[in-house]
Write a protein that binds this ligand. Structure first.
Ligand code: GLC
Length: 468
């Protein structure tokens, strides 16, 4: 079985969000169970290549936007593995990397349409030896259609993984001219264009052979109006080919100075280090620390309900630490709130991206708040458990699949500031009790490693190749 895993990012070389973590870890776990996976991503100038043995393999000639474009194919290994990683270099198109690709703007759709075209040229140049091309999110949505055009029934089978249905890559129909796709010859594209734009997520969903998403619960939720982002009917029509596989955690990327037997002491030290680093007043040294780590995305990440519930929480003897960047309006609102004189000594607001601080927060906090409105999988709640930090989560998607209320964390059902406050209140009541010690043990016993998920992917690949 030979698989080509295509995506916009791969940790640690190009890391923007959770997608990069998945693409960096899944192939290594698959390699251990004898699935041969190659990874292909754009070679953005921001790529961290210092420690890689990189060499130029060959040139691809990619017809796009009425000209012949040269793409240099660089080859290396995914760090600490034998997985081949292909980086596609083109200075005209792959320039904007390193920011984020969540926006639905025209430049990004063009960049990724070009990437999709280059992937197909790469598949052809490697003598069409892949059994499966495994695509991820809208950045790879046109791959199946383009493979069909070039290779017809000889094309590899395709799997399309939805990591976040809400970001769709909505482009101008003029893009089609660039890719060389002739609308009248593609019923699925004609259907998509009927509303005036080209939606790369829709292309991935409708044209791929199989679809999956990153947790069993999210796979069900996206069939509903509430979570379907207008694709619920299309997804229902393809339900027989849709499944959910929970992401894993790459524990080797999460350094920890203690384990389940030394957690009490270990967390005490980490808490002190965190308080020192953030210069939190010593008078709060015994107060519980609640943390938020993540993208400041008001729609997905639940900042609105968090914002409304913070004043209540901080009336108590508690500390709140936030780390993340994103939406400017929300960044400012949070900074302003954190400076309010009644809470400024208890609210440390860190608008930045800092992996080291994130790891210190996982270890040194008592509770990690994940109030997302929707969450396809979410990694941080699992990482928190590994550090013995109890997650407080909304009952959706991967959060629902990984946290058990009162056992390994706290789960609230309604998406409201009131429900979140009530859950945080429960956490405050449990803080420092025998029950908390037990819950920390339960959380640390959980194993969310990639091994299990890799077995599920292997089974899915086998099902796809057996299917005619
Ligand atoms: C997206 C989702 C997140 C998921 C990640 C990796 O970022 O929002 O829930 O964990 O992709 O699949």
């Amino acid at each position: 079985m030979k698989v080509l895993l295509a995506a916009s990012e791969v940790a640690p070389v190009i890391k923007i969000g959770g997608l990069g973590d998945v693409i960096g870890a899944l192939p290594k776990a698959l390699e251990k169970i004898s699935v041969n996976v190659d990874v292909i991503v754009p070679f953005f100038p921001s790529a961290k290549i210092e420690n890689l043995q990189l060499y130029k393999s060959f040139d691809l000639h990619v017809p796009f936007a009425n000209k012949n474009n040269v793409v240099e194919v660089f080859k290396t290994k995914l760090p600490d593995s034998n997985v081949d990683l292909y980086l596609l270099k083109n200075e005209e198109f792959f320039v904007a990397g390193g920011s984020n690709f969540f926006a639905n703007n025209v430049t990004e759709t063009q960049m990724f349409a070009f990437f999709n075209k280059a992937i197909v040229e790469y598949v052809k140049s490697s003598f069409n030896t892949y059994d499966i091309v495994h695509c991820n999110d809208w950045h790879t949505g046109l791959v199946t259609g383009l493979l069909n055009d070039e290779l017809g029934s000889e094309r590899p089978r395709t799997l399309f993984t939805i990591h976040n249905l809400n970001y769709q890559g909505i482009g101008n129909p003029a893009l089609l001219r660039d890719t060389g796709i002739v609308p009248g010859e593609h019923p699925l594209i004609d259907w998509d264009l009927a509303d005036g734009d080209l939606n790369m997520m829709q292309q991935g969903i409708t044209s791929s052979d199989f679809i999956n998403t990153v947790s069993p619960s999210y796979a069900k939720e996206i069939l509903t109006k509430e979570f379907g982002s207008n694709f619920e009917d299309i997804l229902k029509a393809r339900e027989g080919r849709l499944s959910g596989i929970l992401n894993g955690v790459d524990y080797s990327a999460q350094p920890r100075t203690y384990d389940i037997n030394s957690v009490e002491e270990g967390k005490k030290e980490a808490k002190k280090a965190l308080m020192d680093r953030l210069k939190i007043d010593k008078k709060h040294k015994d107060a519980p620390i609640f943390s938020f780590i993540g993208r400041i995305d008001a729609f997905q990440k639940g900042l609105d309900i968090l914002f409304d519930s913070l004043p209540d929480l901080l009336k108590e003897d508690a500390v709140f630490v936030l780390l993340g960047t994103g939406d400017k309006k929300w960044e400012e609102k949070l900074i302003t709130l954190s400076k309010h004189k009644t809470i400024s000594d208890k609210f440390s607001c860190n608008i930045m991206f800092d992996i080291e601080l994130a790891n210190l927060m996982y270890a040194g906090s008592d509770f990690l708040v994940v109030p997302s409105r929707y969450e396809p999988c979410g990694l941080i709640q699992m990482i928190a458990m590994w550090y013995g930090t109890l997650p407080i989560v909304h009952d959706v998607g991967g959060l629902k699949d990984t946290v058990k209320n009162g056992e390994t964390g706290f789960v609230f059902n309604r998406y409201s500031a009131g429900a979140l406050s009530a859950s945080m209140k429960e956490a405050l009541d449990v803080y420092g009790t025998e029950k908390m010690t037990q819950m920390i043990q339960n959380a640390m016993k959980k194993d969310f490693g990639w091994e299990q998920s890799a077995v599920e992917y292997k089974k899915l690949y086998e099902k796809i190749t057996a299917h005619v």
